[in-house]
Design a protein around this ligand. Structure first.
Ligand SMILES: [Zn+2]
Length: 446
């Protein structure tokens, strides 16, 4: 190791992947390798801890969710792009070329640290080791189609008084969005969609330029403006934008840009969702297939308008059925109320159990009988089924209610509740086998 003179590594801004975004393999060497020590996140209070555990992405980048070690490796150059400019990290692999072991090491996290491009590796590789880097080019191609697609989409909307305020690239299989200061009209949406695909057909050249002395306002705060390289991405004659990402070489490689829905955000701002290229085709295919399967369930045609009408019809039917059900339940409650009141003519106590409809039904019955039973006897109303939760209400003459509630708690092991005077109300955590029958026997004992 003593004879090893470390080459100066390429800085982010001038990485091989940024100079040639279609290159898939690079032979280079390890410049440095150190074990990754996760930053100590102070967790003195339970509050912080909860926050951490609810963020599923956090642990992955930290590497602290994985008990095995992680190593930070810097190479002389990199064909693997680190996360940046809104573009997600590349995936790929590293193979050592000194015959030590030719196992391919998977790399799924590459980050920019200042001007350095750092690969997170599960295996250490010593400095000076020659390696071959391979890019997962299916993933990279997808990311480039989304990113270059966003540049083109934003350039087109810029000319329509719809400047892009920000954007977010979705993970593979998800939608991307651009944030706009207002919602585009239907006509504007149509124009944007047409223009996008026209510019794609035009097959405009896309190039990266690094003009001397030209700054940009959009550089990250931790990027060294003095030593760094500011790259501008040029789409034909229509767009010139500072960006560190890897881009397609011509607009036709975007394939297509598909506009999705819009979402209001932060007052009058609007998120316009979109996908590009193979991802757009895949999503459109999934949508078509879903529409088809919904159409089959509805026994309608697959035409979007027919499916939408079918779902609307189904919704109307459901709310109609709910109304009917509510009415019917009220009728049953009225009927049961009358039955209880007539039973109380010859008895001190009455019992009613209904497996379904819970407290809603009980309250309907209570409403029917409360004025009569407060002067006459006591009634136990319950709901639920064995192994499920339930409700119990005891209603009647104050003294009788109290003694009946005590008996109820003796019979139903998980009953808890309270109340005084004419009404006691309780919850059953879980009805045990035989308890409903036992409650009936107790309630009807007198
Ligand atoms: Zn960009």
């Amino acid at each position: 190791m003593g004879t090893f003179a470390a080459p100066t590594p390429a800085i982010v801004g001038a990485l091989k992947c940024q100079k040639d975004s279609y290159l898939q393999t690079l032979d280079t060497e390890v410049v440095s390798c150190e074990e990754y020590i996760a930053p100590k996140t102070a967790q003195p209070s339970g509050k912080l801890k909860t926050k951490k555990s609810t963020d599923p992405t956090k642990g992955l980048a930290d590497g602290d969710s994985n008990p095995s070690k992680t190593y930070l490796i810097e190479f002389a150059d990199s064909v693997l792009f680190p996360e940046g400019g809104g573009q997600h990290t590349d995936h790929g692999s590293i193979t050592t070329m000194n015959n030590e072991s030719n196992d391919s090491i998977p790399i799924t996290n590459i980050q920019r640290h200042g001007l350095r491009c750092i690969h997170f590796s599960p295996v250490p590789i010593s400095s000076g080791t020659p390696v071959r880097q391979n890019v997962d080019f299916t993933r990279r191609w997808d990311l480039m189609q989304q990113h270059t697609g966003q540049h083109l989409l934003s350039a087109i909307m810029d000319c329509m008084d719809l400047p892009t305020i920000g954007w977010s690239m979705g993970q593979p299989g998800e939608m991307n969005y651009v944030e706009l200061p207002r919602k585009p009209s239907d006509d504007e949406m149509k124009t944007i969609q047409e223009q996008c695909n026209e510019k794609i057909r035009d097959s405009m050249p896309i190039t990266a330029e690094t003009p001397e002395g030209r700054g940009s306002d959009s550089l990250p705060e931790d990027y060294d403006r003095e030593k760094g390289v500011v790259r501008f991405i040029k789409i034909g004659d229509m767009d010139y934008n500072a960006c560190c990402g890897t881009h397609l070489k011509q607009s036709s490689h975007i394939g297509l840009i598909l506009l999705h829905h819009m979402q209001s955000i932060r007052g009058t701002n609007c998120r316009l969702f979109f996908t590009a290229g193979d991802r757009a085709i895949k999503m459109a295919t999934e949508s078509i297939n879903s529409l088809r399967s919904i159409a089959v369930s509805l026994s309608s045609s697959s035409a979007p308008a027919d499916v939408a009408a079918g779902v609307q019809r189904l919704g109307d039917q459901v709310s109609e059925a709910r109304k009917k059900e509510k009415k019917m339940l009220a009728e049953i409650a009225k009927f049961e109320g009358e039955r209880i009141m007539s039973y109380l003519q010859g008895h001190q106590t009455a019992f009613l159990h209904r497996a379904t409809d819970g407290l809603d039904f009980i309250n309907l019955v209570v409403f029917e009988i409360k004025d009569v039973v407060k002067d006459h006897g006591v009634v136990v109303l319950s709901s639920g089924e064995v192994k499920t939760p339930g409700s119990i209400v005891v209603i009647g003459k104050p003294g009788l209610v109290e003694s009946m509630a005590t008996k109820v708690k003796e019979v139903v092991s998980t009953a808890k509740g309270g109340g005084k005077g004419e009404k006691w109300q309780g919850k059953v955590t879980e009805w045990q086998k035989g308890e409903i029958e036992a409650l009936k026997a107790t309630a009807e004992a007198e």
